[in-house]
Design a protein around this ligand. Sequence first.
Ligand SMILES: Cc1cc2nc3c(=O)[nH]c(=O)nc-3n(C[C@H](O)[C@H](O)[C@H](O)COP(=O)(O)OP(=O)(O)OC[C@H]3O[C@@H](n4cnc5c(N)ncnc54)[C@H](O)[C@@H]3O)c2cc1C
Length: 488
Amino acid sequence: MTEFEYDIGIIGGGAAGLTVAAGAAQLGAKALLVEKEKALGGDCLHFGCVPSKTLIRSAHVYHLMKHSQRFGLPKVQLPPVNFQQIAQRIQRVITTIQQHDSEERFCGLGAKVLFGEPVFRDEHTIDLGGKKLSAKNWVIATGSSPVAPPIPGLHDTPYLTNKEIFSLERLPSSMTILGAGPIGIEMAQAFNRLGTQVVVVDRADQILLKEDKDMADTLQAVLREEGVTFYLEASIEAATAGASGKEVTLIDRFGEKRVLISDEILVAMGRSPNIQGLGLKAIGVDFDGTGISVDSRLRTTHKHIYAAGDVNGGFQFTHAAGYEGGIVVSNAIFHLPRKTDYTFLPWCTYADPELASIGMNEKTAQLKRIEYSVWTEAFKDNDRSLAEEEKAGKIKMILDDKEKPIGVQILGPRAGDLLSEWVAIFNGKVKLSTLAAAVHPYPTIGEINKRVAGNYFSPKIFSETVQKGLKLFFNLKGRACSLQDWEG
Ligand SMILES: Cc1cc2nc3c(=O)[nH]c(=O)nc-3n(C[C@H](O)[C@H](O)[C@H](O)COP(=O)(O)OP(=O)(O)OC[C@H]3O[C@@H](n4cnc5c(N)ncnc54)[C@H](O)[C@@H]3O)c2cc1C
């Protein structure tokens, strides 16, 4: 039998790769982790979730200061933002979190970390800087990179992506954002709040295309009210660096040609898998433009080579990458054939208000031709939301024809956190009646979860039939007051 140096080799030290490395090493497997950058952590830590949420928080605080009067506080005259100080704060947060993802910590867990750019020489062996390293199993967890579509002139026009946006030397006075997906929308609101004049361009007829239009439109209205300009259903024709700024030419939804001139262009139009230079073609691992092809156990065309995280073109979230890392450990180390199941994979766009989702929304239910009903509760009717001045949005609960919950979307304050109760409900198969009957602390924004479930039961419990039955059996006397006779 062929002897390999390692039980498992992992390429890419981001969310997926680190999960596999930690899990495999702690289970006693001899694990090798290879990362091409100087530090572990991946996109989420260095150019994604962590810097974006840190920036969003700074922008939120500045926004609250600007609107102090809404809270009965004195108006404050604010100096403009010094972006370098925000960038320094972002770096401090990254540095703190980086300690969890240090080479030393992984060595302590039992995994060997090497830095460099590996190339597969055969289906069990990589070449790393001239050194051959072999493993019984391999995991490709190299993530994804921002993609710039072939817009005429764009490649000759300096533009920003998520790699540069968090370490700018100064706050741009204006920014055209290409793409109204989660990254584009989060950055649009954050930069607009910090003082940049922001225009968002997208070819779709709504922002956040995966989401239901009513939820996305409400969020767009909030951003528009704050000062963000949108060109939706627009076709981007060209980009160029002009004398007075960077120019984006588009045809708007009415067929009018427009030239947007701004200080910076941010490209947030999607991602492509990091597969270049790995030598995948030569060893027969199949992939296309969206990612490496995998089966439901995340195995590539070679059953001992797995692909987890963004690189397989599935759900591009850190928690999805972590989940997939766990699936790989199960299959490769435990030899327990575990398949992926994304039915209740939650996600959240961290705008203000946040937009969070689990299970099916109306769009997916319609696509699957599932009969459904929708139950809602608005944040303006939640006492705590009123106290906090967080009135925009609603929760939407989708039930199937058997009146079983199949999905929930929340547009509102801390929606991502509010969704956690639903994560437990869906995964634990908790009955809706349990949620509706459970006592929630008052006044909390989380009461909205109980209220939306209650909205489903109320018409049934307080129906005329129930009233008539109770009157009959227990000799109840009926109404003590009626609005028709009410004299105020
Ligand atoms: C601006 C932004 C905000 C985001 N916000 C969120 C959020 O709030 N919540 C959320 O869940 N997700 C968010 N994401 C998505 C999240 O960052 C990714 O889904 C996640 O990082 C994917 O993890 P991964 O392990 O697949 O890839 P990564 O974390 O990118 O890790 C891949 C690693 O592989 C390394 N690598 C690449 N090529 C090679 C090679 N040839 N050899 C060796 N190593 C290599 C890379 O350097 C990197 O360290 C955001 C993304 C962006 C861009």
